[in-house]
Design a binder for this molecule. Structure first.
Ligand SMILES: NC(=O)c1ccc[n+]([C@@H]2O[C@H](COP(=O)([O-])OP(=O)(O)OC[C@H]3O[C@@H](n4cnc5c(N)ncnc54)[C@H](OP(=O)(O)O)[C@@H]3O)[C@@H](O)[C@H]2O)c1
Length: 316
């Protein structure tokens, strides 16, 4: 099968399109012919080696986690899925598999059925970005109707999904984004939009129940004055100082600091499918490229030149 793979950490030039063996489904797994993948910042972070302390993908490593496609084979003991069924999901990249490939084989807890109403482009855009937004707002923050939330990176893949989910919950949303995207962030549900290029959100005259730092551009101590006494700060880039901040917050206040790490599972994916089918989540898809353009697309993402979802058409 054709796949976009790398043998060593490095910049986007280590990625090549090459022939690799088709993965076979093991017990409790399905094999999926991938039609569409989508890229996330974690893909270039894994490829560049900055996450090597967290884990090293087996080589040759295939880039990409998120995908949509069609089941082509079932492993032993698989129930509830059939060959020919449309599914979407997210690969664990540590085992040497990735979504920028013609086939993946993975456990059924990492996939869900694609609703008829959703294109593969939309389905492939959901797992990491919208999944993080949903897990942050529901499982971590328990965001409720009429609560106040500030979302940084509100024009990006995680942040825009968070704005849309928070709107459906009935929260009052302040979104932070760059100048070019203020109208977009207002249009998806933010009541107040702050341009980080001309304004400084930690200095505004408001406190929030939840601050979701999806851009991971601040810290608990920068955000703390903008939190209510029982407020929660969530940062999407776990770093050692955030775990320290979490301990300080717990010992000194009723506030919380949460270094977030996504845990994908079938229930989360089914919720995302429903929210997208209901029109609550509409992913911010910036561009769709072919396998041969994945390296250039990752380079643009890593250089901060593209935010939002980049989809990859795999069956060209
Ligand atoms: N821990 C986890 O499990 C997990 C899961 C998913 C994602 N993440 C992380 O979450 C982050 C966001 O992911 P994403 O897919 O949403 O990325 P993305 O689509 O590239 O979005 C990035 C966002 O950050 C904004 N931004 C850029 N520079 C900024 C600055 N200096 N101050 C404030 N905002 C700034 C951008 O705004 P403009 O485009 O308007 O300029 C954009 O809205 C990434 O670091 C990713 O690795 C972590």
């Amino acid at each position: 099968m054709r796949a976009v793979a790398y043998d060593s950490f490095g910049d986007a030039s280590v990625l090549t399109v090459r022939e690799l063996p088709v993965p076979r489904p093991g017990r409790g797994e399905v094999q999926v012919r991938v039609t569409m993948a989508s890229l996330n910042p974690v893909d270039f972070k894994l490829r560049s080696g900055i996450l090597r302390m967290v884990g090293r993908p087996r080589r040759p490593a295939i880039t990409g986690k998120d995908f949509a496609g069609v089941i082509t084979a079932l492993g032993a003991d698989v129930q509830g899925y059939a060959v020919g069924q449309r599914v979407f999901g997210s690969v664990d990249p540590m085992g040497g598999q990735g979504s920028c490939a013609q086939f993946v084989a993975l456990a059924t807890d990492l996939i869900a059925a694609t609703p008829d109403a959703l294109s593969d482009e939309v389905a492939a855009s959901l797992p990491v970005a919208a999944g993080s937004a949903l897990q942050c707002l529901t499982d971590v923050a328990g965001l409720g109707k009429d609560q106040t939330i500030l979302i940084t990176g509100a024009s990006g893949a995680v942040g825009s999904a968070a704005v849309q989910i928070a709107r459906s919950i009935g929260a009052h949303i302040t979104g932070v984004c760059g100048t070019a995207n203020t109208d977009y962030v207002g249009s998806i549900g933010a009541e107040r939009v702050i341009d980080y290029q001309t304004d400084n959100w930690p200095k505004i005259d408001q406190q929030f129940d939840v601050i979701l730092d999806a851009a991971a551009a601040a810290s608990f101590f920068i955000a703390r004055p903008r939190l209510l006494p029982t407020g929660i700060y969530i940062n999407t880039m776990p770093r050692p100082e955030l775990f320290w901040s979490a301990m300080v917050a717990r010992l000194s206040s009723r506030q919380r600091c949460v270094p977030f790490l996504l845990k994908t599972n079938g229930a989360l994916l089914r919720q995302l499918a429903q929210l997208a089918a209901d029109g609550v989540i509409v992913p911010h898809i910036r561009e769709t490229v072919g396998l041969a353009q994945v390296a250039a697309a990752q380079q643009r993402m890593q250089g901060g030149k593209t935010h939002g979802k980049v989809c990859v058409r795999v069956d060209d």
